[in-house]
Design a protein around this ligand. Structure first.
Ligand SMILES: Cc1cc2nc3c(=O)[nH]c(=O)nc-3n(C[C@H](O)[C@H](O)[C@H](O)COP(=O)(O)OP(=O)(O)OC[C@H]3O[C@@H](n4cnc5c(N)ncnc54)[C@H](O)[C@@H]3O)c2cc1C
Length: 577
């Protein structure tokens, strides 16, 4: 008897017969072929390519913008004498819109980015939605005719997002190298790309549940789910992990238990990647995205370990940190001076991850470098023995609190040298502010001053060397108590002496525990404008390096009165940023 003799009875059954459920039934086979001819399974893999092309095109555009900015940053921009050009006005308008943020409880919980970033996220979402849903039909007549097209393409789109998600996450990553966009900004996109991947993964899953249910109810779903070689079963664990990763990365939840998130995030993602290899079973080019992800991840962590992390830097002795001095300051602030060799290079506005072995070998936290390299202070290449990376660290909860406590406890805090491991520098600004703007206004809240100081120092140096467009530097610094203004007195004095004082105006606002505060409040004083504040001597005293005000500035009123230049950069940073 031939192999088909036992099937002979189903060969000619109509498609409506439940037994006609495989290619052995001619009607089923014809339907299967017709369905695949209409939308082939393989054609759906192209959707993964579209995602890759979309992101490559965006990176290319960002590269062009970066190249333009790099060229511009080499030129000293003079202030236009004949009014502001239409282009500049248009640019200012775009910035006005794109830098804004939506505030409110919900916006804080989900961590909404600036409007510009949000627009990019929305355009990407729209692109993904169109790709996912524009082609029809979403389902085939029978599950046996092949996987639902909607499920295949969204699955491939989700996998194609994997290398992009990982590239956007790395502290050292090729997107930053190509576009100059720092890792903190890319991290926001990393989070949204992950949410999109989750959305696509859910859309990928639903048709695989619905199609067998339509064919034969729960029994058919159960059979399909546990079918030998089927992918439904292997897709469940990575989907569960992806849900966990996305939920824990919601800013409100992440901030509540940062250590938990930090320790779990990478091991979970590596597990997810391994499970996706298992789930995708090398169908067509599905593994290409996963190999790319692995390559991007390994390149990122090895370059971070051997280039950025100074304790493993290929050019330095291993396992040796830098010696550092810790100084307790008022208001739960600690000044950390790390003595680094002169070949350690950094720019104003960059930050490092610091590890304090005497407190915890496992934790490292990011802090902004408040000082400039020694070579910045000199036109000529001088030989120095060492230089100082200065950080101002505000005590919050975990490590920073332990740091403040340990520094205060130590009687010889000023003399005792600690060892600190430095990973960095990262981030920073592309443009040199002092060559692009004629007025720089810095607005800092508390510890946020550490981000302003190196930029102020850099501008002051350029002014002293006669290579700056900037002709005035203003500072508005809000501190809780008067004595906090002492934190940065040294650096501010340097700014004044470099610019010979003529071009600097520093205003310190003491917002708490001041006697004047309560009297101002009691009198129901209206929030004063810049001119009113300048005229008012009642609530302000000279501090030697600037004016001290016992009140909270209302920036919307205060800032416009300060603007005297044509090209003005207002740089704001609070300790909570
Ligand atoms: C780029 C950057 C520069 C910073 N510069 C300064 C500075 O100059 N001075 C200063 O006082 N503070 C700075 N901070 C904030 C500082 O990193 C946190 O205050 C500090 O890590 C809190 O640690 P904790 O142990 O006290 O609290 P935790 O309870 O451990 O964390 C509190 C919050 O700090 C943030 N945080 C903690 N660990 C990390 C980490 N490894 N990576 C990113 N964020 C983390 C999270 O938002 C978390 O919710 C900076 C933060 C960033 C992202």
């Amino acid at each position: 008897m031939g192999p088909n003799s036992s099937l002979g009875n189903i060969t000619n059954l109509p498609l409506s017969d439940p037994k006609c459920n495989s290619d052995a039934c001619l009607a089923f086979k014809a339907g299967h072929l017709a369905s695949q001819a209409q939308i082939s399974w393989a054609s759906q893999f192209l959707y993964g390519h579209y995602i890759t092309w979309y992101y490559l095109a965006i990176i290319f555009l960002a590269m062009l913008v970066y190249a333009h900015k790099l060229v511009q940053s080499r030129r000293l921009v003079s202030v236009p004498s004949n009014g502001t050009s239409v282009l500049n006005k248009a640019l200012a308008f775009v910035r006005l819109i794109s830098y804004r943020r939506i505030h409110g409880r919900l916006a804080n919980i989900i961590g909404l980015p600036s409007l510009g970033m949000l627009l990019f996220v929305l355009i990407t979402c729209l692109f993904l939605l169109l790709l996912a849903f524009i082609q029809r039909p979403y389902y085939r007549l029978h599950r046996g005719f092949g996987s639902p097209p909607l499920a295949v393409r969204t699955g491939l789109m989700a996998i194609a997002l994997t290398p992009i998600i990982v590239a956007l996450a790395g502290k050292v990553n090729f997107i930053t190298i190509l576009t100059g966009i720092s890792h903190e900004k890319l991290n926001v996109l990393h989070r949204y790309a992950s949410y999109m991947c989750l959305f696509l993964s859910i859309v990928h899953t639903v048709p695989f549940i619905v199609a067998p249910l339509k064919d034969g109810g729960l029994k058919q779903l159960h059979k399909q789910y546990y079918k030998k070689g089927g992918l439904e079963f292997t897709g469940t664990p990575p989907l569960g992990i992806l849900v966990g990763l996305c939920v824990f990365s919601i800013p409100w939840i992440r901030h509540k238990s940062y250590s938990f998130f930090y320790r779990l995030h990478i091991p979970l993602y590596v597990t997810y990647l391994g499970l996706i290899f298992w789930h995708a079973t090398q169908e067509l080019d599905s593994w290409a995205y996963l190999w790319a992800t692995l390559a991007i991840y390994l390149a990122s962590i090895t370059s971070r370990a051997f280039v950025k992390c100074q304790s493993f830097n290929v050019l330095r002795p291993w396992f040796q940190g830098y010696s550092a001095h810790l100084t307790p300051l008022s208001g739960d602030m600690t000044r950390v001076d790390v003595i680094v060799s002169t070949d350690f290079k950094w720019k104003a506005g960059q930050h490092c991850w610091l590890r304090f072995p005497h407190l915890s070998i496992l934790h490292n936290h990011p802090f902004t470098i408040a000082s400039l390299p020694k070579r910045a202070f000199s036109n000529t290449e001088k030989a120095y023995d060492d230089q100082t990376l200065r950080f101002y660290i505000r005590s919050y909860r975990g490590l920073t609190k332990a740091l403040a406590v340990s520094t205060e406890k130590s009687d010889q805090a000023l003399d005792r040298a600690y060892t600190i491991h430095v990973d960095g520098p990262y981030g920073g600004l592309i443009a040199d502010l002092s060559s692009r703007y004629d007025q720089l206004i810095f607005v800092a809240g508390g510890g946020g001053i550490s981000a302003c100081l190196p930029l102020m120092l850099q501008a002051a140096i350029k002014i002293s060397q006669g290579t700056a467009s900037t002709n005035s530097i203003h500072l508005i610094w809000m501190v809780r108590e008067e004595m906090h203004t002492e934190w940065a007195r040294e650096e501010l004095k340097t700014v004044i002496s470099l610019t010979e004082g003529k071009l600097c105006e520093f205003n310190f606002f003491v917002t708490d525990s001041s006697p004047a505060k309560s009297s101002l409040r009691a009198s129901g004083a209206v929030v004063p404008s810049a001119r009113e504040i300048q005229a008012s001597t009642a609530a302000s005293t000279a501090l030697g390096i600037g004016q001290l005000h016992y009140q909270r500035p209302f920036l919307l009123h205060f800032l416009p009165g300060m603007i005297t230049g044509r090209r003005v950069m207002i740089f704001g940073k609070s300790s909570k940023d």
